[in-house]
Each structure stands twice: as C-alpha cells, then as structure tokens.
Write a new protein. Sequence first.
Length: 380
Amino acid sequence: MKLVQINLQPHFGGGEVYTAFLCRALSQLGVPTRLLVHPRAGFWEGLGLPPDTERITVADQTKLRRHLPTGPLWLLSHGPLPGELRCSTPQTLRTAVAHMPVQGRDPAAFAAHDRIYAVSCWVRDGLLAAGLPAWNEALYGVADVGPRSEISDTHGVRRRSRYDWDRRKSRDRLLGWIEPLTEILRPHPAFARRAGLTLGIVSRLTPIKQFPLLFAHLAPVLARLPQVNLEIFGSGGYASVRDLDQALAALPVGQVRFWGQQGNVAAIYRQLDYLLSGLPEKEALGLNIIEAQACGTPVIAVDAPPFTETVRQGETGFLYRDPRQDGGADFGKLLDELLAGRARPQPELAQAHLQRFSFAALVERLRPVVADAERQTKRE
C-alpha cells in the first residue's frame, strides 16, 4: 500500500503543522508519505518532515492523478478530497482528515469518502450526525512547540506585520504590495512583559476563530480592567484585522498590542499568564491550546466543545460561560478573581491529560487506522 497525502493550502496554519506531525507518526509506523503541496507553500522545509516524505509541488491542481503511484493506494486529504480524486477505484481508499466541524456547514463537502478522520470528538459527532463515515476514535493532535522556521526568529520575538495577504483577492494583492514597503519604516520593538495580568492570543487571525465577535462582548470587560494586558501574536487577512481592530476600539491605548505571526511559539507561551481562545463552534481542536498547556501556560476558553475536550477545568485552565449568553459577565468575574489572587493552574502537573496529546499517543491512535487502510486497499 502506498500513501498519498494532499495538502494544497498556500498559507501556513494549524492544518499544516498537523500534516507534518502526521507524516512523522505514519513514518514511525512504516508508512512513508508522498505529499502533494501548493506551489506557493514555502513553509514545508521548516516543519520537520521525515526523510521518507516525498514532497511534490502541484502546479496544475486539475491534474492531480498524474502524481499518484500505481498499485494499492491510500489517499489522505487534509480537508475534503479534491473532486478529481473522489471517483471509486479498485484498491484505492478515499479518506480525509476533517480539520473543521461540519456543524453549521454543508456536510456534502465530504461526499464520496470511504473514511473521515476527525481531530476531535466534537468534529466526529458532527460527521456521524450527518451520516458520514467518520472513524470512531478522534485522532486529536500533538503539542508540537518546536521553532517553525517559516518565520525567522533570529532576533527573538519582535513586532512583525499583522497581515497575511490573500493573493486570490485583488484588494489583498494591491495592499500586499504596498504594506510591506510601509512596514519597513515602522518600529519593530522586542516583546517584553508588562506589569499586570497578561492574556495572549497565539493564532492565525482567521474567520473560524471569531475573534471580532468574541471581543465585541469581552472588550467592555477588559476596558474596565486596565491592569489586564492583551498581547496578540498572529496575522490575518485585511478584513479579519480590520474587524478585530473595530471590536477592540473601546480599549485604552496600549492595553492591546499586536506582534504578528511568530516562529518560536514556545518562547511566547511561557511569557503569558494565560492563553485566550476564540469562540468554540467553528473550531475543530485548537492546537494552540494543547501547545500552551505543554509549555506550562494555562488556558482561558469558553465552556463548550471542543474546548471541553482540551482544557481540564481548574487543572490546565479555566472555562467560562459563552459571552454571547451573558454579555461577558462570567469572564469578568473570572478576571476579577484572578486579579484578587486566585491560584493559577499548573498544566504541567496534569500528566494524564497532557499524554493524550503526545506524539506517542498519536502513533498508537494511528496504528488501527493504518491496519484498516491496509485491509481496505487489498480489496478488489
């Protein structure tokens, strides 16, 4: 059986980190990967792919079949399989990793798949409810906090551009040419903690995180607590950054700082008092949550799946009521308690919880997946 993984994303994010550690885990099980990637995805060199991963840049994404080997074949796409690869073929297993929940989306995106592997029980339950062939056990993920060399960090954590331009949009193409020129003229100070309670966001600023909607409810709470600092490490498209700016406009000048996307995430997590998550329902897992906990940084997240799978209340962080239900009152109560001296959780002590998100645990979860793929691809 030969394995071909497909990740045609041009931008770097959690799905690409996930692809890299999936290649490593499958390699450990004796299954090398042929990985089909986008021609503008220049970040793969820095993600620690194993030596037996053959990376192929696909210039014409309408002719993917020319890159497939002969013989029994396991197709594993990150996100739904491209339409060209969905036709039923003897000795071919058509599978995908679901990196987003189907709740609130069209589940037909996963039509004509033989297996779908969910990254959390929240995602799995949505797939099953839609009648899709979800693998019974969630794969979860790995707290991979090594430096990511797609972002140079030779000068430590310094302010970088907040923008990650989407070259498919004419506006972003134009601004993506102008903004880097103006960015050169701006100061790029090194990050340093400030006095007070430090909350951090370490994430791409994408619509699925729903940060503008989150802060539409939380910004008034933060505005009355000037001793709480908000540090944002991440970048996004023009609209995402614009909407987040608008949601944070009520905060006093200097209470929130943007640092752009950074490479050494471990160094960032360890300088935060708490990691702050986005809203839950469009999130599949939240690699940043398990990464932060692995670095000893507790998490503050909404009390809803998938965060209820990744955060142990009082042990690895705190869960608070959805601010769309109470206007941020429970979040404000929690901050008041933390400022009054409530004990900070120590995630590093929750070893059984952290073990669920270890590389060794992922390898073991993948062992029956590989055995199933080998059986299925032997069928005529």
